[in-house]
Every structure is written in structure tokens, then in C-alpha cells.
Design a protein around this ligand. Sequence first.
Ligand code: PGA
Length: 256
Amino acid sequence: MSKHYVFVANWKMQLSYAQTILYCRKNHQELKALAALPHIQQLIICPTMPAINAVKDLMQDTSVLLGAQDCSCFSAGPYTGEVSAKSLAEIGCAYCLVGHSERRIFFGETDARAAQKIDELLNEKIVPILCVGETYQEYCSGLTQTVLENHLRALTENIRAQNRIVNQLLCAYEPIWAVGTGIVAVPEVIEPVLRFMHAWFLRECPQIQKVTCLYGGSLDEKNIQKMISIKELDGFLVGGASLDFQKFKNMLSYGL
Ligand code: PGA
């Protein structure tokens, strides 16, 4: 196997602080070994916000990297409940999810807000993981690319307007109909979408020097094997299956 994949584990609000620490303590040695496997480019864990610091300490002798699940679109100020990108950087977050469909659906996150958050993250040298994806209805109506264009336009216009050079962006195709549903998109669906995304970034925003395209949505240790046929795929965003360590381990070790 010649490819090196990025794995992002999104633990959402599934584990409490104590459960997160327990998971990491229990599986520390194995996570260390898995993160060092030659086909794993990066293993990024996105735990619940209050646990990021503690997980970072627990994983300090490993190559596991830490990500947040969200950040504020503001730098600092009277924004009760918000967490700034600066604070995330200070506690050692290297990555941060932005625009996850659950944030869009339950918290009204817009493309413009996601673009502002990415600005904040880039100012702090945190690599954004932008999530994009269409609803089932949009998928059935052939609107996938239109939806993705809208997700990407706000971001690329912003970067162009600022004349900013961006070292790296992770972009995860996460069809809403596949996230947490048990319905995984097939390679025939994913491949043209990733091709479209790569072409979009190249054409619309060459200021982004490296775009890493991920797929996420109901991945598990069985269906991940089918994904290696996808040329444009650089990695995976795993929700539910990453909470079950045995499943996650299988995905990381012999899934590919
Ligand atoms: P899932 O979640 O793997 O449970 O579908 C993926 C995600 O939300 O990032």
C-alpha cells in the first residue's frame, strides 16, 4: 500500500470528559503504535472541548495530533460561551473542524460564519477541516456540486480578497444523508465529488497550497476497504466507529 492517509476521529459530544480520558488512558499504547504505522499520515483526535488539554498531555509521547470540533468566529471579546482559535492554539490544537453538518443543522452555522472561523484559525496557524455535503433531497435532485460550490465559495472568496497564502486546508466531503445514518456513500459517488473539489480549489483558489480531501459518513472497518479505489481520497473523518476502539483499530490497522 503506497498511500498515506489522514484519519480524523470526531468524538462529537458522545463521550464525557471522564470517558474521554478513560478511552485515551486505556488505549494509549495502541494509539501510539497505530499513529506510527507507515500508511498513516496523521491521526487526529477531536475530543470534547474541555478534554483537549488533558488528551494532549496523555498523548504527548505519541504522534497523535489534537483537533477541536468548533471555534469562535471572533478573535476575543464579550462573546459568552465562545472559545477563540487563540485559546485552541495555546492548548496545542493543530486542527479544527469547521462547518460540520451538525453545526449547520442544530446551530445555524452558515457558509459565511464558517469562512470567518477559518480566518481565525489561519491567524493562529491551526489547520481547518472544512466539512461540506448535501442533503438526501439535494443529492437526489443532482444538486451536490451546486451545494458544494456554495459551501466553498464563501471561503475561497474570503481568502482571495485577503490575498492570503494558505499552507494547508483539509476538506471533508460528508453527505448529510451518510453522517450517522449507517448509509455510506459508494466510491462511484465520492470519486467525482472529490475530483470536483480538487479542481475547484485549483481553479478558484490557488492560494491554498495543499488541499487534503477526506470522506466522512458512516465509515466502519468493513466499508473503508472499498474506499482505497478512490484516487483523489486522502483520508477519512470517522464519527461513530472511532468510539469503539476495536473497530477504530481495525480501520487504522488492517482496514486498508
Ligand atoms: P459518522 O460521523 O462516522 O458517525 O457517520 C461522521 C462525522 O460526523 O464526522
